[in-house]
Design a protein. Structure first.
Length: 174
């Protein structure tokens, strides 16, 4: 029972924080790219979410332990080594994504590592996507456009997560 409660607390905490940060990162990305913002607000919600998570993911790193010796890019990593995967960097890899620093709703984001992969794929990914889609659809149905006061924005200070503590916004209603 203690393990079940511990996992549930982890899932709730991780899900709330990462969804909140992802929402702010998506909002900020659209604010910085007016043409993409218009398309996003006009119904391209899923593309907005996927590209925002690739372009500025809320979770930047993942700590793992190797189960066997591996060689990666000419570097030997022994079994049982602790490694830090930089998913935020991987999602900007020019060998995977053409023009990776550009925010583009037309991009194929299927190679994004934002939710991990394989047995380490995020257990809460479907819930996170549902939360983000629902929130952004509701807002887009009421907001024609918005501006963010970037100078007054404040980022959180965390070793692994990236997002905003404040993101002052002025909206134009539909």
């Amino acid at each position: 029972p203690e393990e079940i409660v511990g996992v549930l607390i982890l899932l709730v905490g991780a899900g709330i924080e990462t969804s909140m940060l992802t929402f702010g990162n998506a909002w900020h990305a659209a604010a910085l790219h007016p043409e993409q913002r218009r398309q996003a607000l006009d119904g391209r919600i899923d593309d907005w979410i996927a590209e925002a998570m690739r372009w500025d993911p809320a979770t930047q790193t993942q700590l793992r332990t190797t189960t066997e010796a591996v060689e990666l890019h000419g570097v030997s990593i022994p079994a049982d080594a602790r490694i830090l995967l930089l998913a935020g960097s991987a999602n900007r890899d020019p060998e995977v994504f053409a023009d990776p620093d550009t925010f583009d709703l037309d991009r194929d984001t299927s190679a994004s590592l934002v939710f991990g992969s394989g047995r380490h794929h995020c257990l809460g990914s479907n819930l996170a996507l549902l939360e983000l889609r629902t929130a952004l659809q509701e807002i887009a149905s009421r907001v024609a456009d918005f501006e963010v006061d970037v100078a007054a924005s404040k980022r959180i200070h965390a070793s692994n997560n990236r997002g905003f503590a404040t993101l002052p916004t002025t909206v134009t209603l539909r």
